[in-house]
Design a protein around this ligand. Structure first.
Ligand code: ADP
Ligand code: ZN
Ligand code: ZN
Length: 746
């Protein structure tokens, strides 16, 4: 009997986004399964294409004389039935093609040739112990200490764990192998991962709030396996910075593992540092697999396959880790739930929490969203009882308390003729901090901010030739566009009026560094921004140096505020708090509040009190005031009132349409036409805003227009999107304009 398969061909043409049937030749029958990838002849030229198998059947639904045979089966890892169902849901929800959705749920595309596995074995316990003692005395041998501690505990470790989880460099490994206490062996066999704990792990006794949170979340586990609901399956763990959310996650993870179920832990890529991962590793040992963008293709494949084969039961990674092929998923944790990195910026533009909910529903798993500054939309749901709400209100470590926060008015400084970057208060506090021998962090909102170049005579601003954004100064003489990356030299005279008084305004992290170094010549300074962290290990190295006391001051952008825990930091300076307050979208205040609170939370993590100084031009703004008071609840109540007044999410659901085209006028007319078409159809209840030029009106030589559409019900917006896309497909008028529709769930 002939076997036929239903496939989705990997081709990004909307009109071909449908199922095609092929025949499977006898010799390939064994290899073909639902979820695997095959090569097929496609189109009139019979070009060879990749395709995803989404069904196998014995009934021919096509003209028998025209059906073609598949050419072969690829070695790529196959998607599970659940992930195919998830792709199907994403295809509907986000309006992407089925091929795009399938690609997304298969984060590891190609099978990397199965290399022989390399493992390390402890050969000389005593020697290793001695080496460990010796290495502990040196600050520069932290990696050695880490490796030896783990080896002494585990006896043997795979290379993936050593490089992926412990982040041991090849040179460190080489030097240890030379001592002979560890032996390297390459073979196909691979030991069973046994559950062991590293030395670094210290059992903490959960406090009442933590115990309460664990118990009240866990009591839903059994029910959710039978009958999943959002109220019982999804939980917000709202705990101030340092309140011990991670301990709550780990207690829940322990319970889930004890039941033989699996876990996905999402951490924003930027916080996926050794410091965070090693806490989980210390407790759960080699049951942990890790994904991050720094891994090579081979390493990613190995981590993925360890999870697929059931050798690892916990996957820690950024949002793509949601698609780990676990078949007994019991828990999904999304740490720092409010992070914008959880919203995909490429098609399909999915929101991690939303996909997590869908996946949890399919597997009867729990979802825990953790944050000190929950997104307004999630907190509203929790307050209304649509999802569970659990609070941690105290810092967990005894003696640790929230820092004192002071707000400095920069307008006042200007009046006092202080034209520098540091206010008098911050200057004094830095001086005192250095004298105490403590460490500090200086946080600058956005990299190279307002580093734009303008003419002091005529006001001309140098903009990128391809984008409608101002160029930023780098190293005094080079101008860079942060949007498209193009560069040009700094002009000597104004291109518009010829005046020589043309210069960079404002400061970037680099300028701050120069300025601070001049003010405090003896201070040791580290700078962390996109420029100093372009290499694979740069970020880890800078953080490591700082945490080992290798510098007094860490200057940086957003990157330095994400979840890093430095016990000796007692001062945090926020140089200009309001720069993201006027970013122009409805979430600006929310994002600013989150950043300020996170930054402030970096101070006083150890046993000494911390101090935070916020410099701002808007000291009376509720966002600054509530951030200074570290009062999320009052921020929330003012913010939600503002959203309701202006019909913004979460009060309404919102769809954003973006149109990009080479010709300005034609693109403008196209969006106007869409607005008219929608007006003529039955979408009376939808509120339209625009169309208008986008905030960035031109990017990469394309003109950009937007239109916003709001409605209470997300389904109505999906219907409108499908209607407009249908019109575009059918009319074929605007085929040279790119349209994207983005529906934000709230
Ligand atoms: P969060 O994730 O909420 O920022 P963490 O879980 O990182 O907080 O905890 C902050 C610090 O407090 C960590 O050093 C952690 O080891 C410690 N800690 C957490 N819970 C307890 C507890 N119950 N008793 C003592 N220390 C704790
Ligand atoms: Zn000029
Ligand atoms: Zn540009």
């Amino acid at each position: 009997m002939a076997v036929y398969i239903d496939v989705i061909v990997d081709i990004s043409v909307n009109s071909l986004d449908r199922i095609f049937q092929y025949r499977v030749p006898e010799e390939l029958l064994d290899a073909v399964k639902v979820g695997c990838q095959v090569n097929v002849p496609f189109g009139s030229g019979n070009r060879r294409r990749q395709a995803y198998v989404i069904g196998v059947d014995t009934v021919l639904a096509y003209d028998a004389s025209k059906i073609k045979d598949i050419l072969g089966v690829t070695k790529a890892p196959a998607a599970t039935g659940q992930l195919i169902a998830l792709a199907d849901w994403m295809h509907e929800r986000y309006g992407c093609t089925m091929a795009q959705a399938l690609k997304t749920v298969l984060p590891v595309k190609k099978s990397v040739k199965e290399v022989k596995r390399t493992a390390y074995f402890l050969t000389d316990r005593e020697g290793a112990q001695q080496l460990l003692e010796k290495s502990r005395k040196s600050r520069r041998e932290k990696a050695r200490v880490r490796l030896l501690e783990a080896m002494l505990k585990e006896g043997c470790m795979s290379k993936e764990t050593v490089t992926g989880v412990l982040q041991i460099s090849a040179s460190t490994m080489k030097s240890i192998l030379q001592t002979g206490v560890i032996r390297e062996e390459t073979s196909q066999v691979y030991r069973n991962p046994v559950r062991q704990r590293l030395d670094g792990w210290q059992e903490v006794c959960l406090n009442d709030e933590q115990m309460n949170a664990v118990a009240s979340i866990w009591q839903n586990a059994a029910i959710c396996r039978e009958h999943w609901s959002r109220e019982q399956g999804m939980h917000l763990l709202y705990g101030i910075t340092g309140s011990g959310k991670t301990e709550v996650y780990m207690a829940l993870m322990e319970k889930v593992l004890n039941e033989g179920r699996q876990i996905i832990v999402l951490i924003p890529e930027i916080s996926l540092t050794l410091q965070t991962v090693s806490r989980f590793y210390a407790r759960f040992g080699s049951q942990i697999a890790v994904m991050n963008s720094r891994l090579s293709a081979g390493e990613r494949y190995d981590q993925y396959m360890r999870a697929k084969r059931g050798e690892a039961s916990v996957m820690i990674g950024p949002r793509s880790a949601l698609f780990t092929p676990f078949d007994r998923l019991g828990l999904i944790i999304i740490d720092e739930e409010h992070e914008s990195a959880y919203q995909s910026e490429i098609v399909p533009r999915y929101q991690a929490a939303e996909v997590a909910a869908r996946r949890a529903e399919m597997s009867g798993a729990l979802v825990v969203l953790g944050s000190a500054t929950p997104s307004v939309a999630v907190y509203q749901k929790a307050r209304e009882g649509m999802i569970g709400l659990h609070r941690l209100t105290q810092r967990a470590r005894t003696g640790s308390r929230l820092p004192d926060v002071k707000v400095v008015d920069l307008r006042e400084e200007f009046r006092m003729k202080n034209r520098g970057i540091l206010s008098q208060s911050l200057h004094e506090a830095m001086d005192a901090c250095l004298k105490r021998g403590d460490q500090m962090m200086l946080f600058l909102n956005r990299r190279g901010y307002a580093g734009f170049v303008s003419c002091r005579s005529c006001g001309y601003v140098v903009k990128c030739r391809h984008c409608d954004v101002s160029m930023t100064v780098h190293h005094h003489t080079l101008l860079k566009c942060h949007y498209c990356g193009s560069e040009q030299p700094m002009p000597r005279v104004c291109p518009s009026c010829g005046s020589p008084y043309i210069a960079g305004f404002g400061v970037g992290t680099q300028k701050v560094e120069e300025f601070v170094q001049k003010e405090f010549p003896k201070a040791r300074i580290l700078r962390m921004d996109r420029d100093t962290t372009s290499g694979k290990d740069d970020m880890g190295r800078i953080l490591q140096t700082f945490s080992e006391g290798g510098a007094d001051i860490l200057i940086g952008t957003q990157m330095i505020v994400k979840g890093h825990d430095f016990a000796n930091v007692t001062l945090v300076g926020i140089l200009a708090a309001d720069l993201s307050l006027f970013a122009g979208d409805y979430q600006s205040s929310e994002r600013t509040f989150q950043l300020l609170t996170q930054a402030a939370g970096r101070a006083g993590r150890g046993d000494r009190p911390g101090e935070v100084i916020i410099q701002t031009y808007q000291p009376e703004h509720y966002c600054i005031q509530t951030a200074a008071a570290q009062d999320y609840d009052s921020f929330y109540s003012q913010e939600i009132r503002f959203r309701q007044m202006l019909h913004y999410p979460p009060d309404r659901q919102m769809m954003v349409m973006l149109a990009e085209g080479e010709h300005d006028q034609q693109t403008g007319q196209a969006v106007q036409k869409l607005r008219e078409i929608a007006g003529e159809a039955d979408f009376e209840a939808v509120e339209f805003i625009g169309p208008s030029r986008a905030g960035i009106a031109k990017a990469k030589d394309l003109y950009r227009y937007t239109m916003y559409m709001k409605h209470q019900d997300i389904k109505e917006l999906m219907r409108l999107r499908d209607f407009l896309e249908g019109y575009l497909k059918w009319s074929q008028q605007f085929s040279n304009i790119y349209f994207t529709f983005d529906i934000r769930e709230s």
